[in-house]
Design a protein around this ligand. Sequence first.
Ligand code: GAL
Length: 505
Amino acid sequence: MKTWKPALLALILGTALTAPAHAAPPAGGWIFDSSPDMPGFRRVVVGHDASGWHGTVTSAWYGDLPMQSVRTDGDSVVFQLFNGNKNVPMSDIVLKPEGDPKGGYVRMTGRLWDSTFDITAHKGTPEALKALDFPADPLPPHRVLAPRNLAPTPPMGWSSWNRFADAIDDRSVRQIADALVASGLRDAGYVYVNIDDGWQGKRDATGRLQPNAKFPDMKALADYVHARGLKLGIYTSPGPKSCAGYEGSYGHIRQDAQTYADWGIDYLKYDLCSGEAFYHTAETVYATYQAMGEALVATKRDIVLSLCEYGRFDVGAWGRDVGGNLWRTTGDIEDNYASMARIGFDKNGTPNHTGPNGWNDPDMLEVGNGGMTHDEYQTHLALWAMLSAPLILGNDVRSMTPETLDLLKNPEVIAIDQDKAGVQGLPAKKDGSVEIWTKHLADGSTAVGIFNRGEAAANPAITWADLGLKPAKIRDLWNRSDVAVDNGHAFVVPKHGVVLLRLIP
Ligand code: GAL
């Protein structure tokens, strides 16, 4: 009510439209004069009817963002924006009339994600406003894709993101490929060389996406990688922008899939990113991942599809149906024990969804990046192996310590991860800070991980009968030696460490 008093008064006095430009909130369509790149504000349209004030702000990242919790405060409209993610940090956003009351312009201030803005917009003509309409990218009708048997065991390889973020280029990728070969990691199974976010350039006149200047020739890079017995992976988003702000596949899904196939790409990570503004229901997220799955099938090239939508909407239950071969179960891992443990122990997806050709993916490895102790990195690798998780290295394999290389190459640990049965291990027993995990393997043996999540060394006494096991032989997978078989054992497990065994009946 308070808001309207001056305008009402002016009307009563017969002086409406002369004074109130500064007294009433700014209705109409406005075009921004500038914007931070993220989220690339273009236009704001705001008005009111009997139900109150409402509007949308159009942005390059998110398309039309509806105003939420709208209220007026004096001559300002105050609101929040909804980009599909209720956890996005955001201040109240204030839209306020400014300047010459006749022409007029508006000022919008606030904060969204990391962007703090104080920007102006001028009144747009209907044509100019229309020209800023965000194009719709129609979604396909619901379909279930035929199984894509491209990952009988969890994919193994390397990705640029954890160590390099978007500071990655053609030269480094070639060196990484060489290092995977020279170090023996390729022969240990790590065959995918995945370029994550940061390779994308602009689209040409036909809409075909070009790599940026750091990747002069993707086809040549793929040839280089293939010549070394490795496979090349790439990254995009269903949204207009990738998470790091590069060009996404919105409106170009088919075309981009074909471009990757033409280059010789073997693996695609499809990361929701700005697409979360467009696809924030179970149905629309399914549909946009289905669209890429179908686009990859249409290329007739075998391209592994890695779904990255942070585990939303129980992705494991439908990841295979959209053509996915692995799907992230969580947000991003960080190179510290707390983050790794949170993801690996506590958020490991639903076991019955994982298995040949479709894997729960608790994110890429941090082993060798320096933020954890050797014992903690052993836990990291052991957990991922117990989970049947993809093993995608995240370190600089050109300069590893011998200790890191030994850890990553351990064939008996890799065998647990790559076991043909593809079972997801689970905790069988918890005893204070000690968790005993078991995973049943294709040959009838059982992997046992004795994890100590506590802050001091632990001394658990394990009875095999307690775990329902009767081993005839026991392998210690770190020491790569046999352990005496009796009906149990007392183990010393270091703080944050793990004893990893294979019990053979
Ligand atoms: C995140 C994703 C990361 C990495 C990053 C690139 O959304 O979870 O693994 O790909 O985007 O910007």
